[in-house]
Design a protein around this ligand. Structure first.
Ligand SMILES: [Zn+2]
Ligand SMILES: [Zn+2]
Length: 398
């Protein structure tokens, strides 16, 4: 297998940086990525890549067949959306739109996949088909799920799918991945405790939902400590409490709402959290003579990398930057990622690329108003995609 190293794309560094900074200056949020999608579609077409538009409103899929016969098909996916956030950076390509910002590096992800598409279109020396999948709305609204619901994998059969995300604080251009669960399921739950409420001076005349609500907040950590097996991980956090009115501290409210997030790394633990949160809420409410309304909203599933495709991704990353710069067994993280929906349907692998540490210009965390994607890794990410296509569809597997 020939190595395709980032320096082979050095001549494209300025062009890729210009694309990335243009997208950065014009951030668009979920399902509104019209300008970004137009840039993607125009560039793919100008390189002779067949495009399809409109999946999940702004999704773009480019399809490139290799110049050698082959039936295998892979999907490479990048996200295009920005966040609702006011940028605090002051460089000349900072966001020109108030309260919108590319604070997660999806501008870089889109550019890296474009860089690979440009190279592969010029040298389609592989056997099979590559679908370049540019999706909207990764942040919170599940653009990947919507593309799938609207027929992504019926229209574009993929034997495997691959994704990539930058990681601030991790050395510039290094790679990290693991087989199995790599990112968490992210779900939202709420419990509304209901009693009669009444006068704060006479609680015995009614039922007080503040008591079970408070006990519930403490008790749910027992689900982690007593119900989740100790060799597995999960997180329950409360993010919102509401009851009564600030001007009436002498009134016992009749309802107290508690909302939070649940993170887990397997379908079994996810089911367990959903069931036990409801049981604990109902049991504590009953003991206080109250009732609990409980809802659990499944948002993003756990992101689970398949074993075979993870080893191919490791191979591609090692070809790109050397095996010593690839961590094949990074610990799972409790953040979530909607590429997990694609990995529910197809085997594949999602890899992290280092955005750089404090001395490399890439340390501000994603979703920080000071974050910026590190342009120095654009060619590294693009070269990874090229190597992955070679590994999947090149000589060794033709
Ligand atoms: Zn993000
Ligand atoms: Zn992101």
């Amino acid at each position: 297998m020939t190595r395709f190293t980032p320096d082979l794309l050095a001549g494209r560094q300025a062009e890729l940086t210009a694309i990335r900074r243009d997208i950065h200056r014009h951030p668009e949020t979920a399902f509104e990525e019209q300008r970004t999608a137009q840039i993607v579609a125009d560039k793919l077409q100008s390189w002779g890549i067949e495009i399809h538009r409109g999946l999940a409103t702004t999704g773009v899929v480019g399809t490139l067949k290799g110049n050698r016969p082959g039936q295998k098909t892979i999907g490479l996916r990048a996200d295009m959306d920005a966040l609702h956030l006011q940028e605090k950076n002051e460089f000349d390509y900072a966001s020109s739109i108030p309260n919108k910002m590319h604070a997660c590096g999806h501008d870089g992800h889109t550019t890296m996949l474009l860089g690979a598409a440009q190279h592969l279109a010029a040298k389609p020396d592989f056997a099979g088909t590559v679908h370049f999948i540019f999706q909207p709305a990764e942040e919170g609204l599940g653009g990947a799920r919507v593309m799938i619901e609207e027929g992504l994998f019926e229209k574009f059969a993929c034997d495997a799918v691959y994704g990539m995300h930058n990681m601030p604080g991790f050395p510039k251009g290094h790679f990290a991945i693991r087989a199995g669960a790599m990112m968490a399921a992210s779900d939202t739950w709420e419990a509304t405790f209901k009693g009669t409420g009444g006068h704060g001076a006479m609680p015995y005349r009614g039922t007080d939902p503040t008591q079970p609500a408070a006990q519930f907040i403490v008790a749910i950590q027992g689900i982690i400590g007593r119900n989740v097996p100790p060799n597995q991980a999960a997180v329950l956090s409360v993010g919102h409490i509401q009851g009564g009115t600030p001007g009436s501290p002498n009134v016992i409210p009749s309802e107290v709402l508690v909302k939070g997030t649940a993170r887990s790394f397997s379908p079994e633990v996810r089911d367990l959290l959903q069931r036990r949160l409801g049981e604990v809420a109902a049991g504590i409410a009953q003991a206080a003579g109250c009732e609990a309304d409980y809802k659990y909203l499944r948002r993003y599933p756990p992101l689970i990398n398949s074993v075979e495709q993870t080893s191919l991704a490791v191979e591609a990353a090692a070809l790109t930057v050397g095996r010593e710069n690839v961590d094949p067994n990074v610990p799972p993280v409790t953040g979530a990622e909607d590429f997990a929906f694609m990995l529910e349907k197809k085997p594949g692998a999602y890899i992290m690329i280092g955005n750089g540490g404090a001395d490399e210009g890439g340390c501000h965390n994603v979703h920080s108003p000071l974050y910026d994607f590190n342009d120095a890794i654009l060619t590294t990410g693009a070269a990874y995609w090229v190597n992955l296509v070679n590994v999947e569809l090149g000589d060794a597997r033709a």
